[in-house]
Design a protein around this ligand. Structure first.
Ligand SMILES: *[C@@H]1O[C@H](CO)[C@@H](O)[C@H](O)[C@H]1NC(C)=O
Ligand SMILES: *[C@@H]1O[C@H](CO)[C@@H](O)[C@H](O)[C@H]1NC(C)=O
Ligand SMILES: *[C@@H]1O[C@H](CO)[C@@H](O)[C@H](O)[C@H]1NC(C)=O
Ligand SMILES: *[C@@H]1O[C@H](CO)[C@@H](O)[C@H](O)[C@H]1NC(C)=O
Ligand SMILES: *[C@@H]1O[C@H](CO)[C@@H](O)[C@H](O)[C@H]1NC(C)=O
Length: 365
């Protein structure tokens, strides 16, 4: 037991060490913890490149009982498997390899909640597959997995609940006499969120949707009710409402707050130097180049950074935008139950496992 703990200590305390110290005696540990501080400051986990790694994927998706038909690319016949074989390699440090059993022990008794749209569903599915792969025989309770607002998978032996709260805009949409009203300054669901131990927020996908896909009829900003509003302004206002709520309502001594950055889609080949390409169907390799994606970051990613930089309490940005832009190969395309072209979400197993490795590193540091 002692030696297992020692090994765990070395492996999991070296989140940003350039070289893991495999035989850490206490002197070396002290030194490495000192060096770690320095290296953490030098290390941005989100800067790096994709490298081929034959030990990937982290789990066999066939054995994961939770994957929905939108994301189960292998089940729906995806013939190329190279997209499963890439590991994210930060420039100045190593990502810790995900250890599901350690995660379950470390976060025993905790409640982890993902809050947002279908990209929250996407990362949530990946995390429960990663944990399930570590303890395939442990007792699991599933609640509300279909279309309820809250879904939860509880690993009973560890009393860990990994939950999903479905919310397209984070702020409220209320049914009123005039129709559905998007309320940019109101976030009543916060009361359901704040008592969890880890919160991972995301919203973006639905802000520009119009017509039948738009989930509101009017927008209310500071009491002014209008038929429409500049969408980027609306997004910024809603995020600011969320940011104020974090500062006023969340006890960050107990609850760790994460914002899951903008997830890029791949419908416009001009963005990756293949003009004329209109989807991700034939993409089987990442964009060749590290973090220098031709079009740069989407504007929304700058809005997210700006709003988060003004929050007083500690909030971690899970900054997955740039590294995901390179992964034009990692979407389901038409390998889902609907045969519909999807270059917005991501195959499970796949890219969202890396998002969870980064989340893991952020939670342990
Ligand atoms: C994944 O699991 C399935 C069923 O258990 C098995 O048939 C398949 O060979 C496994 N795939 C890999 C790559 O191990
Ligand atoms: C929600 O789930 C119920 C039963 O689980 C199903 O009958 C219904 O069609 C679902 N609604 C949507 C919008 O998916
Ligand atoms: C959080 O911890 C800090 C430092 O220990 C303390 O000063 C602060 O009052 C705590 N905040 C709450 C809300 O408990
Ligand atoms: C594709 O992206 C390029 C570069 O950002 C842009 O100029 C062009 O308008 C886009 N095309 C479409 C159809 O959105
Ligand atoms: C990127 O391009 C270089 C040079 O053309 C090639 O050697 C390398 O294999 C490519 N990498 C990927 C991931 O395709």
């Amino acid at each position: 037991m002692g030696s297992i703990q020692a090994i765990s200590f070395v492996i999991f305390s070296c989140i940003c060490l350039a070289t893991a110290n495999a035989n850490g005696n206490s002197f070396q540990r002290k030194k490495s913890s000192f060096e770690r501080k320095k290296q953490e400051m030098d290390c941005n986990m989100y800067q790096g490149k994709w490298v081929y790694d034959d030990s990937y994927p982290l789990y066999n998706s066939t054995d994961c009982p939770f994957i929905r038909k939108e994301f189960d690319c292998l089940k729906y016949g995806r013939p190329d498997h190279l997209y499963l074989k890439y590991r994210w390699q930060p420039t100045n440090c190593h990502l810790p390899r995900f250890n599901g059993e350690y995660f379950l022990k470390r976060f025993k008794g905790k409640k982890i909640m993902f809050i947002g749209d279908s990209l929250s569903l996407n990362i949530w599915q990946s995390l429960i597959c990663m944990l399930h792969a570590a303890v395939p025989n442990s007792r699991i309770i599933k609640q509300g997995l279909n279309n309820n607002t809250i879904s939860a998978v509880t690993f009973q032996d560890y009393k860990i609940s990994v939950m999903l709260f479905h919310s397209l805009y984070l702020v409220d949409v209320d049914e009123e006499r005039i129709g559905r009203v998007l309320k940019l300054n109101s976030m009543r669901n916060g009361d359901h969120w704040k008592n969890n131990d880890v919160l991972v927020f995301n919203t973006w996908l639905w802000w520009y949707r119009r017509g039948l896909k738009q989930q509101w009829d009017y927008v209310n900003d500071e009491g002014r009710i209008t038929k429409d509003i500049d969408r980027m302004t609306a997004f910024r206002t809603a995020l600011t409402t969320w940011a104020k709520w974090v500062d006023s309502d969340v006890d960050t001594n107990r609850t760790k707050v994460i914002f899951q950055g903008i997830s890029p889609s791949h419908y416009n080949g001009t963005e990756w130097n293949e003009p004329g390409v209109r989807n991700c169907f034939k993409e089987m390799e990442p964009f060749n180049g590290s973090a220098a994606y031709p079009v740069g970051l989407p504007e929304a990613a700058y809005v997210v950074k700006d709003v988060i930089s003004n929050i007083k309490k500690p909030v971690h940005l899970l900054d997955i935008t740039a590294l995901s832009q390179l992964r034009k190969d990692a979407h389901p395309s038409s390998y889902n139950a609907f045969k519909g072209m999807d270059c917005t979400h991501w195959c499970v197993a796949g890219l969202t496992d890396t998002w969870n490795q980064l989340l893991y590193a952020a939670l342990l540091s």
